[in-house]
Design a protein around this ligand. Structure first.
Ligand code: FAD
Length: 281
C-alpha cells in the first residue's frame, strides 16, 4: 500500500565494527520498503563526527543510500565543506542539514548558525550534487519567535535550496495538517514528510519531548504511564497508536513517512508491516 510514498529511516550513530554491522543488517532488512535513504544523526555540537562519518560510509559502501545529518555545532564552514567533500567522494548524494543544538553543559561555547545558512553553504559549494532535507516543526520549534516566524524560516530553508523538510515527531495529526496549510500560505511547495517516533519507553519519551517541544497529548501520556512497568504491553499499545497516526497522515495526503528508528528494528519493521507498506522483493 501507499505506493510512491517517500519512506526513510533514521539511525543514531554507533561505534565499533559490531555496531555498524548491526545497522547494516537493519538496512538490509528494511530495504524491501525501498527507502529514499537511511539517515544517521550528528551528535549535538558535532560530538559524533567520527562515528557518524564511519557509519554513513559503511551504509553507503554496502550499497544503501546513506544521508548524514550535518550541523555547524562545533565545526567551521571550512571543516563542513571538507566533510561534505569526503562524503561526495564516497558517492553520498543526500544530506540532512540542521542548525543542531549544543551539547548540554557547554552553552555559550561554539557556534550555532541557522540551518538556512548551512543549506546555502552546501548549494554554493556543491551546486546540485546533494539532495538536501531540513527540519520542520508542526508544533513549532521551542525557540521560535512565533508560529508565523517559524514557518517563515522554514520557507527560507527551502528558498536556500532544500528539497524537502522532515518534521519533528508529533502525535496529533491535526497539528501536521494545519502546519501544511500554513506552509502553503507562505508559498512552500516542497514535500514535508512527517517524522514518526515509535512509542517504546515512557520515561525516555517524556524527557525527550520536554526538551524538544513535542507534545504528548494528555490521554496518550496517561495510557503510556499506566503501561510504563510492562514494556510488552506498552510497545503493543504504542504500535497501535502510531500505526493509526501514520494511516491518518498518509490518507490525509502526507507525502510519506520518516521513521526515527531509535536503532530498534523490531518495532519499526512491525510498524511498516502494520501499515502494509509496499514491499519490493
Ligand atoms: P533552524 O532552522 O536554524 O531553526 C532554529 C530556530 O531558529 C527556530 O526557532 C527558527 O524559527 C529560528 N530561525 C531559523 N532560521 C533563522 C534565521 N536565519 N534567523 C533567525 N532565526 C532563525 N539535532 C542534532 O543535534 N543532530 C541531529 O542529527 C538532528 N537531527 C534532526 C533531524 C530532524 C528530522 C529534526 C526535526 C531535528 C533534528 N535535530 C538534530 C534537532 C535540531 O538540530 C534542533 O531542533 C535544533 O534546535 C534546530 O535545528 P534546525 O535545523 O531546525 O534550526
Amino acid at each position: 500500500m501507499y505506493d510512491g510514498a517517500h519512506i526513510s529511516f533514521e539511525f543514531f550513530s554507533v561505534k565499533g565494527d559490531l555496531g555498524r554491522q548491526k545497522i547494516t543488517d537493519m538496512c538490509r532488512r528494511l530495504a524491501r520498503y525501498k527507502p529514499a535513504f537511511y539517515s544517521v544523526t550528528y551528535g549535538a555540537g558535532g560530538s559524533t563526527r567520527a562515528s557518524t562519518q564511519q557509519l554513513v560510509e559503511t551504509i553507503q559502501s554496502n550499497g544503501f543510500g546513506a544521508a548524514p545529518h550535518l550541523s555547524f555545532g562545533g565545526d567551521s564552514a571550512g571543516e563542513l565543506v571538507e566533510l561534505l567533500e569526503s562524503y561526495r567522494q564516497k558517492g553520498i548524494k543526500q544530506v540532512v542539514a540542521l542548525r543542531g543544538d549544543l551539547p548540554s553543559g557547554i552553552a555559550g561555547v561554539g557556534q550555532l548558525t541557522h540551518a538556512n545558512e548551512l543549506v546555502a553553504l552546501i548549494r554554493d559549494s556543491f551546486g546540485d550534487h546533494f539532495d538536501i532535507s531540513v527540519a520542520a516543526y508542526p508544533e513549532i520549534h521551542p525557540e521560535a519567535e512565533s508560529y508565523d516566524r517559524d514557518v517563515y524560516w522554514l520557507a527560507e530553508k527551502i528558498r536556500a535550496g532544500a528539497n524537502r523538510a522532515i518534521t519533528q515527531y508529533f502525535y496529533n495529526p491535526d497539528a501536521y495538517f494545519r502546519f501544511i496549510d500554513e506552509t502553503a500560505k507562505q508559498g512552500i511547495d516542497a514535500p514535508i514528510i512527517p517524522g514518526i517516533m515509535p512509542l517504546t519507553n515512557y520515561h525516555n519519551l517524556v524527557r525527550f519531548s520536554d526538551s524538544c517541544g513535542a507534545e504528548i497529548p494528555r490521554w496518550l501520556r496517561q495510557q503510556l504511564q499506566q503501561r510504563s512497568h510492562d514494556s510488552t504491553d506498552l510497545v503493543e499499545f504504542g504500535l497501535d497508536v502510531v500505526s493509526e497516526l501514520c494511516r491518518k497522515l498518509l490518507e490525509g495526503g502526507a507525502p510519506g513517512l520518516h521513521f526515527y528508528s531509535m536503532n530498534n528494528i523490531a518495532v519499526i519493521d512491525a510498524l511498516c508491516q502494520n501499515l502494509r507498506l509496499t514491499e519490493h522483493p
